[in-house]
Design a protein around this ligand. Structure first.
Ligand code: GLN
Length: 252
C-alpha cells in the first residue's frame, strides 16, 4: 500500500512539475496550427485597437506575416505589458510582441528573436514646463508605463524626484496633461501618437536611449526561436517588414 501511495505521489509530482514550466515547442504549436501571441494593445503605432475594434499596428502585422510564413493562425491575447514577461515563460502565450526592448534583465527570464525595429526613449512634457533635456528632470515627478524600459531608466536615475507608474503610456500622458506629473519617459513613436490630441504637450529633442525591439520567446524554446528568426529574415529579405513599418511610420 505504501509503495502504491509513493507511486501515485511520484506521478502527481511529475505532473505538477511538468505543468509549471510548460511552454509549447514549435512541433506542438505546428500540430495545433495556432501561434498564441501576447501583446499590450495600447502602444500605437506598434499595437492598438483600431476604430473598428480590430488589433492593428506594426507588431500585429509583423506577427501575422510570421504566422503566414510558418503556416500558423495567430491568436492575439491582449494583456498588461509586464504580464507578457510571465505569460511567455509559463506557456500561457507562445511568444510576446509589444515594442519590447531587448534588455539584459529580461534576457535572464526570456529569449529574444532577432530584432525587427529600433526605438528610443524620449521625454514628453508641457510646452511651458521649462524642461529641455534629461538633466532638467532632476527633482521632478516623472510618469512611466509599469515595467517598461522607461520605468527602468527613470527608476535608476537618482536625480529624478519621483517615478509614477501607470498601466499604459496614455494614462501617464493624461496625468501629465492634468498637471499631476512633470514629464513622461516613453518610446518615441507612441509618444508622437499620444501627444497628437494635446496641444500643450511637446516631445523633447534629446533622446534618452537607443533601443532594439524583438519578439520574446520562452527561454530554451530554441526551435521556435529559430523558426521565428527564419520567418523574420525572409520578411526582411523580401521587403515585407520595411513595407509594414513604412505603412505606419513616415520618415522624418
Ligand atoms: N520599449 C519599451 C519596453 O520594452 C516599451 C514597450 C511597451 O510599452 N509596449 O519596455
Amino acid at each position: 500500500m505504501k509503495k502504491l501511495l509513493a507511486l501515485v505521489f511520484c506521478f502527481v509530482l511529475v505532473f505538477a512539475l511538468s505543468g509549471c514550466a510548460s511552454y509549447r515547442t514549435y512541433e506542438q504549436i505546428a500540430a495545433d496550427g495556432k501561434l498564441v501571441v501576447a501583446t499590450n494593445a495600447t502602444f500605437p503605432p506598434y499595437e492598438f485597437i483600431d476604430d473598428d475594434g480590430n488589433y492593428s499596428g506594426i507588431d500585429i502585422e509583423i506577427i501575422e506575416a510570421v504566422g503566414e510564413y510558418l503556416g500558423l493562425e495567430v491568436e492575439i491575447q491582449n494583456i498588461e505589458f509586464d504580464a507578457i514577461l510571465t505569460a511567455v515563460p509559463s506557456g500561457k502565450a507562445d511568444v510576446g510582441i509589444a515594442g519590447m526592448t531587448v534588455d539584459e534583465t529580461r534576457l535572464k527570464s526570456v529569449d529574444f528573436s532577432d530584432t525587427y525595429a529600433t526605438g528610443k526613449q524620449v521625454i514628453i512634457t508641457s510646452a511651458d514646463s521649462g524642461i529641455a533635456g534629461v538633466d532638467d528632470l532632476a527633482g521632478k515627478k516623472v510618469g512611466v508605463q509599469t515595467g517598461t524600459t522607461g520605468d527602468i531608466y527613470a527608476s535608476d536615475d537618482e536625480a529624478i524626484g519621483s517615478v509614477e507608474q501607470y498601466n499604459s503610456g496614455i494614462e501617464a500622458v493624461l496625468a501629465l496633461s492634468q498637471g499631476k506629473i512633470d514629464a513622461v519617459i516613453i518610446d518615441n513613436e507612441p509618444a508622437k501618437a499620444y501627444i497628437a490630441s494635446y496641444d500643450s504637450l511637446i516631445i523633447i529633442d534629446e533622446e534618452y536611449t537607443y533601443e532594439e525591439y524583438a519578439i520574446c520567446i520562452a527561454k530554451g524554446n530554441d526551435t521556435l526561436t529559430a523558426k521565428i528568426n527564419e520567418a523574420l529574415s525572409a520578411l526582411k529579405a523580401d521587403g515585407t517588414l520595411q513595407a509594414i513599418i513604412d505603412k505606419y511610420i513616415s520618415a522624418d
